[in-house]
Design a protein around this ligand. Structure first.
Ligand SMILES: Nc1ncnc2c1ncn2[C@@H]1O[C@H](COP(=O)(O)OP(=O)(O)O)[C@@H](O)[C@H]1O
Ligand SMILES: [Mg+2]
Length: 233
């Protein structure tokens, strides 16, 4: 079992974010990134994995359910994130779980955790948790399984982002498990402002962290997503 230093932070390398959260996510935590369609969840998560491998020497696994891995790689290449190259170098692994759905939830979990072990990954993305859990019919099974995954990631010191698709106007995330599974809850919110689509970012919860409590603007350029550190009043 590895020993986790409680104060250790895992930098995201996402422009504007780390300074708002004392340098990064606490190691071994599960971070839920919730937002509507097109709010930037996939770009955000990719940057966490990409920066981990290219800047911080941490290998990562990206489990994709919503887009197939080929589409994900193509879209991310627009920002200069060459996932294919990193995969060939053995620094990351993109796992396409669409094809595994027939095997049920436990087969998917086994596959993801096995891949993490294989490359000794320290970062994990599950995009999205909503789709991942849709393979599960039994509420009890679902809660037990999430508990198990949570404990396992914690002991291995794997820092994980799970994305959550929130339908427009929804008051809750609709997962029913966020209270215990999420050490952190980040939200990306789309809105129309002056006939323009805008996205804002809020840290709703981050255990063990003195974090920003303000809304911040989110912008996407040809270099990816960034959080504008000054606040919206
Ligand atoms: N190359 C690009 N340049 C600028 N903005 C982009 C680019 N690619 C995607 N976007 C913006 O990002 C959005 C998609 O972000 P994504 O992370 O896939 O959202 P989500 O995963 O939350 O559905 C698009 O709807 C678009 O607004
Ligand atoms: Mg997405």
């Amino acid at each position: 079992m590895c020993v986790i230093r409680l104060s250790e932070r895992v930098p995201t390398g996402i422009d504007g974010l780390d300074t708002l959260i004392e340098g990064g996510f606490p190691r071994g935590d599960v971070i839920l990134v919730a937002g509507g369609s097109g709010s930037g969840k996939t770009i955000f998560s990719t940057q966490f994995i990409y920066n981990g491998a290219t800047r911080y020497g941490e290998k990562g696994v990206y489990a994709t359910f919503e887009e197939d891995s080929k589409t994900l790689k193509r879209n991310m290449l627009r920002f200069g994130f060459d996932l294919e190259k990193l995969e060939k170098e053995g620094a990351i692994k993109v796992v396409d779980l669409e094809t595994l759905k027939g095997g049920g939830l436990s087969a998917n979990v086994e596959y993801v955790l096995g891949t993490l072990n294989e490359i000794n990954g320290k970062r994990l993305v599950i995009d999205s948790l909503t789709a991942f859990l849709s393979a599960c019919t039994e509420k009890l099974e679902y809660r037990m399984l999430m508990h198990l995954i949570y404990r396992m990631l914690k002991t291995r010191g794997v820092t994980t982002i799970m994305t959550c698709s929130v339908p427009r106007g929804a008051k809750t995330l609709g997962l029913g498990i966020e209270e215990f599974i999420a050490d952190s809850l980040l939200s990306l919110e789309n809105s129309i402002d002056n006939l323009e689509l805008k996205t804002r970012f809020l840290i709703q919860k981050m255990r063990g962290t003195d974090h920003s409590r303000r809304y911040h603007n989110v912008i996407v350029t040809d270099k990816g997503l960034q959080i504008v550190p000054f606040t919206i009043t």
